[in-house]
Design a protein around this ligand. Structure first.
Ligand SMILES: C[S@@+](CC[C@H](N)C(=O)[O-])C[C@H]1O[C@@H](n2cnc3c(N)ncnc32)[C@H](O)[C@@H]1O
Length: 282
C-alpha cells in the first residue's frame, strides 16, 4: 500500500455518502448475530486468535515502522528515573511487529533512550513466535501470554512501574464490555504521568463498511470469517473511556489516510483513531 497524500487528522466523524448509508443499512438486514453465537465467540476468543497465528504464522501483519514518527515520546531522553531504564509494555503484541522494529531502532541509541520492553498476547502461539525471533533478548524484552482483560498481567509487571503502554489495533479485538477492565489494568501498571499510545480502527473505516449482513454482533462490532472480532471506535467514546479511568487526553483524533493498493490499482481510504493519554498524578 502506497500513501497517496499526507494523512489528515480530524476530530470530525466521517460524513456518510448515500452509498455508505446503504451498506450500513444492509448490514442490519439479518439482524445481529444470535446471542448464543455471540457468547461463543467471546468464550472462544483466545482459541480463534491462536488458530489465526497457526494459519498465518508471522506473515499477516507488516512491521510497524511508523511508531516513532507518530509517537515522538518513544525517542525522547528519559527524565531522571534514578538510573532505571524506561519501560514500555506492548499489549496484544501479536508476533512482535511493533516491538522488534523499535528494539532495532534503539540498539545504537544512547542508553538513556532505551526501553526495557514487556510484550503480551492472548495467543500462546503468537508469544512463542516472539520468543523464537532472532532479535529476542531476555535482557531487553520479556514476553508472556496473558488476557489483558483479567488480573493475570499483575503477576508479570509490578504496579506503578511502566512509562509507556502501546495499544495498537488490540482494543478493537476485545468485547466493548471489557474495555474498562483493560484501561483500569493499564492505569494500575503505569507510573503517574505514564502514557498510553493508542491506534485502532476508526468509525466508518472502509473495513467496517465492507462487512456483509450476518456479521454484525452489536453497534460497530463485527465478526470476521475466522471468528476474530473487530470494533470501530468513535473519537468521543475513547476520550470518555480514558477520562473516566484516571487519564487526561493529550491528543485523540481520526487519521484519514488514502492509500493505493498497487496490486488492485484502487484507492483505499482508511480511517484510524490515534491518541495519547496520560495517567493523572493522583
Ligand atoms: C489485530 S492484532 C494486532 C497485533 C499487533 N498489536 C500489531 O499491531 O501488529 C490483535 C492482537 O490482540 C490480541 N488479543 C486479543 N484479545 C486479547 C486479550 N484479551 N488480551 C491480550 N491480547 C489480546 C490478539 O491475539 C492479536 O494478536
Amino acid at each position: 500500500m502506497e500513501p497517496l497524500e499526507p494523512d489528515v487528522f480530524t476530530t470530525h466523524t466521517k460524513e456518510l455518502s448515500a452509498a455508505d448509508k446503504q451498506k450500513l443499512d444492509e448490514q442490519n438486514k439479518r439482524g445481529f448475530v444470535p446471542e448464543f453465537k455471540a457468547n461463543k465467540l467471546e468464550i472462544d476468543a483466545q482459541r480463534n486468535w491462536d488458530i489465526f497465528y497457526k494459519r498465518n504464522e508471522t506473515r499477516f501483519f507488516k512491521d510497524r515502522h511508523w511508531t516513532t514518527r507518530e509517537f515522538q515520546e518513544l525517542l525522547e531522553d528519559q527524565e531522571d528515573t534514578g538510573g532505571d531504564k524506561r519501560t514500555l509494555f506492548e499489549v496484544g503484541c501479536g508476533v512482535g511487529n511493533l516491538v522488534f522494529p523499535l528494539m532495532e531502532e534503539q540498539t545504537n541509541e544512547e542508553d538513556n533512550r532505551r526501553f526495557h520492553f514487556y510484550a503480551c498476547d492472548f495467543s500462546p502461539r503468537a508469544v512463542d513466535f516472539v520468543r523464537s525471533n532472532p532479535l529476542y533478548d531476555s535482557s531487553r524484552i520479556t514476553a508472556f501470554q496473558c488476557d489483558i482483560t483479567t488480573q493475570q498481567v499483575h503477576e508479570h509487571i509490578p504496579s506503578g512501574s511502566l512509562d509507556v503502554c502501546t495499544l495498537i489495533f488490540v482494543l478493537s479485538a476485545i468485547h466493548p464490555q471489557k474495555f474498562r477492565d483493560v484501561v483500569q489494568n493499564l492505569c494500575r501498571l503505569l507510573k503517574p504521568g505514564g502514557l498510553v499510545l493508542f491506534r485502532d480502527y476508526g468509525l466508518y473505516d472502509m473495513a467496517q463498511l465492507r462487512f456483509k449482513p450476518g456479521n454484525k454482533i452489536a453497534e460497530n462490532l463485527y465478526v470476521r470469517q475466522d471468528g476474530t472480532r473487530s470494533y470501530f471506535f468513535a473519537q468521543e467514546e475513547v476520550s470518555q473511556l480514558f477520562q473516566e479511568n484516571n487519564f487526561e487526553i493529550i491528543t485523540n483524533a481520526y487519521v484519514h489516510r488514502r492509500t493505493l493498493n498497487l496490486k488492485e490499482g484502487v484507492d483505499v481510504p482508511r480511517i484510524f483513531l490515534q491518541g495519547k493519554f496520560r495517567k493523572k498524578n493522583l
